[in-house]
Design a protein around this ligand. Sequence first.
Ligand code: SF4
Ligand code: SF4
Ligand code: SF4
Length: 274
Amino acid sequence: MPGPRSYLGVELARPRVGVFDFTSCEGCQLQFVNNEATLLDFLDLMELVNFREAMTEQAGDYDIALVEGSISRADEVTRLEKIRTQAKILVALGSCACFGGVNQLKNRFNDLKWVKKEVYGNFPIATQKVRPISDFVTVDFMLYGCPPRKEEIEKVVTNLVVGKKITMPKYPVCMECKANENICLFGLGEPCLGPITRAGCDAWCPNNRRGCWGCRGPAEAANVRELEAIMARHGFSREIIIDRLECFGGFAGQVAELRRQSEHPRKARSTGQA
Ligand code: SF4
Ligand code: SF4
Ligand code: SF4
């Protein structure tokens, strides 16, 4: 819907917005358009000019780029750099773009040739170590989650469009979970990364009796040591914690530290130290 829009008599700029995908399941893009109740008002804020999943037309000039997916091929780097050159604001949309997401689980395997053979057989396919988009271009804003909640996408994009400051929660998922009066899942025998994961999803998984897997990455001052103590009290091993922490890539630093701690005693034993 082209043309100027106004609010209280003041004309609003309608930035040109592009939505782009790289290695991903396209679920984050789907969130962009999945709320029929607000969709028309939401889209009326902007001029959507490039969105392969939702429209046929494609324009090369846009102000805001929302980028979904991680980088797993050399040609994706070139395309991403071109998008960055064009966009005034570039938003990483979802865990794949922010951290590598579930795709980065491939990086657990050192032998990429073996991975290709197992997954694709003899079909030739270009693939490389999975990395977040911030490894290649400057990212102005991260929209976390696998996928981000629709309400959060609307809020962030609306604030970007009207030029309002965006603040994201720094506290952990537990805060939202308690505010929603959920029974803590540890009491029901389910592990949960809520104590160390960045809030903003309204405790989506615990609300549905599922433990958090940390798709939004670490909360401010995330205390992994304390989480480990909580997990241990409920009978969950360090390997279970690492397995969850590794799932979306947001806790890479914490995983490396836990692995280092796990390997250290073994090294010490092998050198005959106590
Ligand atoms: S972050 Fe999750 S929902 Fe979004 S593209 Fe990646 S796998 Fe799909
Ligand atoms: S269920 Fe998870 S998020 Fe909720 S209070 Fe317990 S640990 Fe925190
Ligand atoms: S509860 Fe955890 S895994 Fe679930 S959406 Fe929120 S941050 Fe992601």
